[in-house]
Design a protein. Sequence first.
Length: 213
Amino acid sequence: MWKKLVLTLCSLLAAFNVAAQEIDKTQPYQMMKQVSEQAFSRLKAEQEQVRQDPEYLKVIVEEELMPYINEKYAALKLLGPNLKGAKREDVATFIVAFRSYLVTSYAQVLTQYTDQTIEFGPEPKVNPNKSITGVKVDIVDAPRPNIKLEFKLRKDKKSGEWQAFDMIAEGISLLSSKQSEWSSKLRQEGILAVANDLEQLAKQPIRLESKSQ
């Protein structure tokens, strides 16, 4: 059920799109609103191309999503205690594999796109002394119940710009769930074994799914 929910929920995260020069990434709430609107517009406009070549969704993810995702920070948090004593080159390999996995995962998520409506919660007060904030949204997909999300973003202390690194759905962190899923293999077989699994998952073709699923 969590996997099914994530496929629906991630569609908003995959909406981090817009020409970089038009977005003020120092304002996380406004950034999310702007890129969400423009990303869904692109997805709607390019549905015919997606139907003809589902792999095109990976292009959309690369261009529209990944510039606004801090995959390095997310990967390091996911590794957690497994970073202790790890070789730097193994960690670098894991980050690259994790990024490729995200691209394919979000591309598959975008096959769930329909005409869902997004409602943003109140703009949070960002504490200038803190580097983490959250933006709450509802995905309205009537007649089904609204899906409540919170996106976690981290500020780069040097640039002052924000990037997303996690999503919380109904109180459950996506990053934490993946950490639990892979923790056993990380401990038993090591970082490179999990990185290899991620690389294989990243190579899986994008499959168009029925909107009724």
